[in-house]
Design a protein around this ligand. Structure first.
Ligand code: 3HC
Length: 337
């Protein structure tokens, strides 16, 4: 459905935005600018403007937090999956999300920010993570819809990041997207099975689609006109496609999938626009989005409390690993003496 072959433009967009020149080093700045203009990769050892570094740390750490917090709404269904097959798939999926978080924290660490600093940001509520994970998964149909729509939206956003200008982020995203593609397909397949079931099962799927649709559209971030970071991030080749364009691609891709599934997307304004060659869609509730982003969604407090508790409960593992590493170091010094 969404694959690595999803095309993105060859050149970063919004050319009119300047490269935010730095006063740090004109020569280094020129080398950086040339590389960005040639669509090359910036690597950790390369000089980069502080604003570029800061933007990457912000985006990659938010992304990592989203993967880790994203394990929670699905993880609590592992014990209630309806069959052994579904349980196995769900365990693999939740584990994949944990792995994605780890690749991304590692990518952000190459920019000089420690994992502890990033986790401190998450646990204190200062750092953001995706709005979508602050909504509850009420029943099994929600798990299918999270795979189909939430992971579907995530892939749409993340495939262009495989060509991001920062090498470690781009390379991490290649594997992440392959796994997300499996996540999306397993969700869609689970829903196809439910839609062949009883009247009640079909109603559950429709109800879940009704509750998740608008929240998935908001996941792409504020409209381009209200997105403070987009223009500069696109100029730097970090973002390749704008929030609104990705949202539109997602709507266009999802409409035929909904038809095959036999569900109605809950938007009376959703219709094909011959002139634009895209679907028109209705108004997203941005007040609700910002309220959720700012900590007042239905599950924000619960999600953070669960994360903080898991981190604190794991302290003994970190202590034990450190003690073991110190013991080995002491032994090595003794042997060398
Ligand atoms: N949820 C929470 N905050 C959001 C958001 C969302 N859905 N969309 C935007 N925001 C925040 C931004 O982080 C920014 O806040 P900040 O200034 O405090 O950092 C503010 O709203 C303004 O938005 P911008 O559009 O200007 O910000 P960006 O240019 O960073 O674009 C983004 C936002 C499109 C989410 C971009 O950061 C991005 O592409 N990130 C990488 C992908 C990612 O993080 N996806 C999250 C989902 S991961 C996932 O779904 C896991 C999977 O397993 C399902």
């Amino acid at each position: 459905m969404y694959t690595q072959s999803f095309n993105v433009p060859d050149t970063p967009g919004l050319r009119s935005v300047p490269l935010a020149p730095s006063t740090e080093s004109a020569e280094s700045q020129a080398r950086f600018d040339n590389k960005i203009d040639a669509d090359g990769k910036i690597e950790p050892q390369d000089w980069m403007p502080e604003a570029y570094r800061k933007t990457l740390v912000r985006q990659i750490s938010q992304h990592a937090h989203s993967e880790i917090v994203g394990m929670l709404p699905e993880g609590n269904w592992i014990s209630r999956a309806p069959s052994l097959k579904r349980k196995t798939i769900l365990i693999a999926k939740v584990q994949d999300e944990g792995g994605h978080g780890l690749y991304l924290y590692s990518a952000a660490e190459t920019l000089g920010t420690s994992r502890d600093q990033m986790l401190e940001g998450l646990h204190s509520g200062k750092a953001k993570y995706s709005s979508i994970f602050n909504y509850p998964t009420l029943n099994w149909a929600d798990l299918g819809v999270v795979g189909w729509l939430v992971d579907g939206a995530a892939i749409m956003n993340q495939i262009p990041l495989c060509r991001c200008s920062y090498g470690p982020y781009a390379r991490a995203m290649i594997r992440v997207c392959k796994e997300e593609s499996f996540h999306q397909r397993q969700g869609y397949e689970a829903l196809l099975v439910m839609m062949k079931g009883t009247v009640e099962q079909k109603a559950m799927v429709q109800d879940a689609v009704n509750r998740w649709w608008w929240k998935c559209l908001a996941m792409f971030g504020p409209p381009d006109a209200d997105s403070p970071h987009s223009a500069q991030a696109m100029r730097w080749g970090i973002k390749r496609i704008s929030n609104d364009d990705l949202r539109q691609k997602f709507v266009d891709a999802t409409v035929p999938q909904a038809k095959v599934l036999g569900v109605t997307l809950p938007d009376p304004d959703l219709k094909w626009n011959e002139e634009r060659q895209h679907h028109d869609y209705g108004q997203i509730d941005w007040d609700e989005f910002w309220s959720t982003v700012n900590g007042n969604g239905p599950c924000n407090k619960e999600r953070l409390a669960t994360r903080v508790k898991a981190h604190n409960d794991g302290q003994w593992v970190r202590d034990a690993a450190l003690a073991y590493s110190r013991k080995r170091q002491t032994q090595a010094i003794k042997e060398a003496a």
